[in-house]
Design a protein around this ligand. Structure first.
Ligand code: AMP
Length: 859
């Protein structure tokens, strides 16, 4: 039975000391104190503001509303230890600070403690005019004194300290929902809310969600009553998201992120209730899981199931590929294997997937629509020119399909039979997207995109590299494309795939010479050929509002080219996903690429994080923490426990916490662990490179038996499309200047062979990009003069590297480092052979049993 009460805690501002306030409130309201992480907040209690010392009056704290954050965010952001110690010692009057407790000092200590965390936020986020304040933790009442005198502040949200309670003992309790500050005399009026909870519900589920859902209502005169009602329960694990219903979808995001902690706990319980009986999990839990309570399973899971890498789960996955039942790892049938761009033993890793995963992916895609609509108007008034492609697939010996995750999605009915919607109306017919020949698919999709030029409101591809490849293709083929538009046909010699050709013919239905002329005029351009294509995307599709491509992580190297061709169109990275699972979305899609952060959706899988150093090395404590326990600014490696049979699995991505949306952290993608080179979806590690270079340098013999490779490093040159790997090699002794053209020919032949050998030694994804997708150009070796690597070392040392610990970096990115070597190049050589690639094959291990199913994937 809900009710609300108001009681007066009348105080003049200066007298609102902690003790007085507490006593004024303590009429049955103060429950037992609990640790911060167990603190329960009234739903939507309020936002919190962060305070700063005013630079203009350093002795007086002036509240500046620097950023609005939710109370649980502050829990996650533990103030700096030293500052908190100082604060506590002053409060308690201990040590040297005994007797010197002053609220101002305390406030300053708190300010010092929190400022470091929030200074990262940009001034553009300053939110003035918000009249609500709540800070969790035990300094809020101290701060209250300062808040009360703050003009304009009229409502202080519920204080955790006062509302902290033991969920098990709650039956009928009154909670502080807010403190109103009277504008005329700044006196305080405390509003409380009575809530009832069912002990049974609480007992069965310790999640905060049930507590939240059991708040029946608040009285109309309570500040909390003005806040939007909460959902009566947590959103389901795969919520229905109607992309046309913007408000409901956005509310769903609020609900998911507000209850991130509770949803994560529920996800883990759901996964375990489904999969605790699998061979994999049972093997680690070591007890009969039948009839065990979900909480017990969750605790045992965290204690006993190890953090793993692909090599650890590979034997299970390969056994399934060879016909073993899915129940090795999943109670739901594994319906396909997704081939990741990460490799193991040179071949793509295989990630299990189930039918329900497609629903989860569709849910995430649907969420992107309302988020985008919030920032860009009128996206329903035209089409998207998204250039999407499928890649080859294979069948495993057991008949399972293995293919890349996007190929799986585009071939699913979720994509092919998507309901007609103005937001997902593409220029490309499905048949063009699903055409297995990538050159035909590209031609067909660009033809449709140009034919529907006037309708296009956004353009894009999944990754920046793919979009730029399309621009390059257009540069090479625009004349033929214009011919087709002029004639109202699709060139049958170019598009031989009948389904694709017929579908395009339904788009290019009539001759349109005017359109062809207009396109040709833009493509011909004026001045130098390079300059003429500046802004071509904007000029060819003038209604386009943004380019939808991922430009974070390794794709950031393409930003300058995208800006060149896009003519200033915003670059929008909408989501963060992988073959293992789709993770999160970008809630502020128009942010600059360097500011992009992904909010991990707590219903997609169970996330954990290993604390790492900035460079991705595991931190000394290397603790594994939950989603809601990551700290602002911290670097973490992502672990996932999926609904499909991966448990505490290291994805290999290093992320940095850059903020929070409600209780859900937002992450900047930092880099992928162990990847030093990447041009498209290829991911080459230092080890891969070393292995390939080691094999290649043996071919140097014809240059003179004594020639050795003394130093090397590499970088991905993406100044032109397709990008390619560049290796700088320093040879000892330096190759003699060619005495004759014959010598030069030998040197060219040897070095080209070295380039080809390096390529042959790289993994299957690299070789696929080179040979099938043509998304990576021929590898280049640039031979540098003696001493070039000493100059590189000098540069690194001048930038702060220690001379003693200096090791030649095997990959360089900094333009100065590249320039140092570039200035010393004495010869450039390219691979003249396309490396061999064929779809990999999961070998039937036949009688493979147990975990020794080393059914090694082989080319
Ligand atoms: P794959 O397993 O081949 O699907 O590749 C997934 C990987 O691509 C992720 O683990 C990331 O390393 C990378 N990736 C996916 N989405 C993004 C993104 N939005 N920004 C940066 N990297 C991404």
């Amino acid at each position: 039975m809900p009710a609300a009460a108001s009681s007066r805690a009348g105080s003049s501002p200066s007298l609102a000391r902690e003790v007085e306030l507490v006593s004024a409130l303590s009429g049955g309201v103060l429950p037992r104190e609990r640790s911060a992480s167990e603190v329960w907040q009234l739903p939507r209690s309020t936002a919190a503001v962060v305070c700063q010392l005013s630079p203009t009056s350093p002795n007086k704290p002036v509240l500046e509303y620097d950023r609005v954050v939710c109370p649980h965010e502050l829990h996650a952001l533990k103030p700096r230890e030293a500052a908190m110690k100082l604060y506590h010692s002053r409060r308690r009057g201990e040590g040297e600070e005994a007797g010197k407790v002053e609220l101002l000092q305390a406030f300053q200590a708190v300010e010092v403690a929190v400022r470091g965390f929030f200074s990262v936020y940009r001034p553009s986020e300053v939110w003035r005019g918000r009249h609500q304040f709540a800070v969790p933790g035990d300094f809020n009442l101290t701060l209250l004194e300062y808040l009360i005198v703050e003009p304009g502040l009229s409502l202080v949200g519920c204080c955790n300290e006062l509302n902290a309670g033991n969920p098990h003992s709650i039956n009928q309790k009154r909670y502080i929902s807010g403190i109103k500050i009277a504008p005329e005399n700044r006196s305080l009026e405390v509003s409380t809310t009575t809530m009832s909870t069912s002990p049974a519900v609480v007992d069965h589920d310790h999640g905060h969600d049930h507590l939240l859902s059991s708040v029946s209502s608040t009285s109309t005169d309570s500040p909390a009553a003005t806040m939007p009602p909460r959902p009566s329960s947590l959103p389901p694990t795969i919520p229905v998201c109607d992309p046309h219903d913007g408000p409901a979808s956005l509310q769903l995001i609020e609900d998911l992120t507000t209850h991130a902690g509770a949803i994560q706990q529920r996800v883990l319980r759901e996964i375990l209730s489904m999969n605790a009986g699998t061979d994999y999990i049972r093997g680690f839990l070591g007890f009969d899981v039948e009839g065990r309570h979900a909480d017990e399973l969750a605790a045992a899971f965290k204690e006993r199931v190890p953090v793993v890498e692909y090599e650890d789960v590979k034997p299970y996955i390969e056994r399934i590929a060879n016909g073993a039942p899915s129940s090795l790892i999943s109670s739901k049938t594994i319906t396909e294997l997704l081939t990741s761009s990460g490799t193991s033993g040179g071949q793509p890793k295989l990630m299990p997937s189930t039918e329900a995963e497609l629903d989860r992916k569709t849910f995430l895609y649907n969420l992107l629509v309302p988020v985008m609509n919030k920032y860009v108007e009128g996206l329903d008034k035209g089409r998207c020119m998204y250039l999407l492609f499928v890649k080859p697939e294979i069948r495993t010996p057991s008949g399972l399909v293995a293919r890349p995750v996007l190929t799986s999605y585009y071939k699913s009915r979720h994509f092919r039979e998507r309901p007609d919607s103005p937001y997902t109306r593409y220029t490309s017919p499905n048949e063009a997207i699903l055409c297995p020949d990538s050159a035909q698919s590209m031609y067909a999709q660009l033809l449709c995109g140009l034919a529907r030029r006037g309708e296009v409101l956004r353009v894009g591809a999944v990754f920046a590299s793919a979009f730029l490849r399309a621009v390059k293709f257009l540069e090479a083929h625009w004349r033929t494309l214009c011919d087709d538009i002029r004639a109202g046909r699709v060139d049958a010699a170019r598009v031989t795939d009948a389904a694709c050709r017929d579908a395009v013919a339904r788009v290019v239905t009539r001759p349109d010479p005017a359109l062809a002329d207009a396109i040709a005029a833009e493509c011909e351009g004026e001045g130098s050929p390079a300059a003429s294509w500046r802004g071509i995307v904007r000029r060819l599709w003038p209604r386009t509002k943004y380019i939808d491509v991922i430009v974070t992580g390794s794709m950031a190297q393409y930003i300058p080219l995208l800006e060149f061709y896009g003519g200033g169109l915003p670059l929008v990275s909408t989501m963060y996903a992988s073959s293992e699972c789709y993770f999160g979305i970008n809630l502020r899609p128009l942010d600059r690429p360097e500011d992009v952060a992904y909010t991990l959706l707590p219903n997609m899988c169970y996330y954990e994080f290993i604390k790492v150093e900035k460079d991705g090395e595991e931190a000394r404590d290397g603790k594994v923490v939950d989603l809601v326990d990551v700290e602002l600014g911290g670097y973490y490696e992502l672990l996932v426990t999926t609904f499909t049979g991966l448990y505490r699995y290291r994805v290999g991505d290093i992320l940095q916490v850059s903020g929070f949306h409600n209780a859900a952290p937002q992450f900047r993608f930092v880099h992928r662990r162990n990847v030093v080179l990447s041009v498209d979806t290829d991911k080459t590690s230092e080890d891969d490179l070393l292995r390939a270079v080691t094999a290649a340098k043996r071919l140097l013999a014809p240059l003179g038996g004594a020639t050795i490779l003394s130093e090397y490093t590499a970088y991905a040159d993406t100044a032109s499309i397709p990008g390619h790997y560049v290796l700088f090699w320093e040879l000892t002794p330096p190759p003699l200047p060619p005495a004759s053209s014959g010598d030069e020919a030998v040197a060219r032949r040897v070095m080209a062979a070295c380039c080809a050998e390096v390529e042959a030694g790289l993994d299957a994804v690299y070789r696929r990009c080179r040979s099938r997708d043509r998304s990576v150009g021929p590898l280049e070796i640039r031979v540098v003069s003696p001493g070039a690597f000493d100059a590189l070392m000098d540069l690194c040392v001048s930038h702060g590297s220690s001379v003693n610990q200096y090791k030649t970096p095997r990959c360089i990115k900094h333009p100065d480092a590249i320039a140092v070597l570039e200035a010393r190049v004495v010869g450039r050589f390219f691979s003249d052979t396309v490396p061999h690639w064929e779809p990999f094959n999961v070998v039937d291990a036949g009688a493979a049993t147990g975990t020794d199913a080393n059914a090694a994937t082989a080319s």
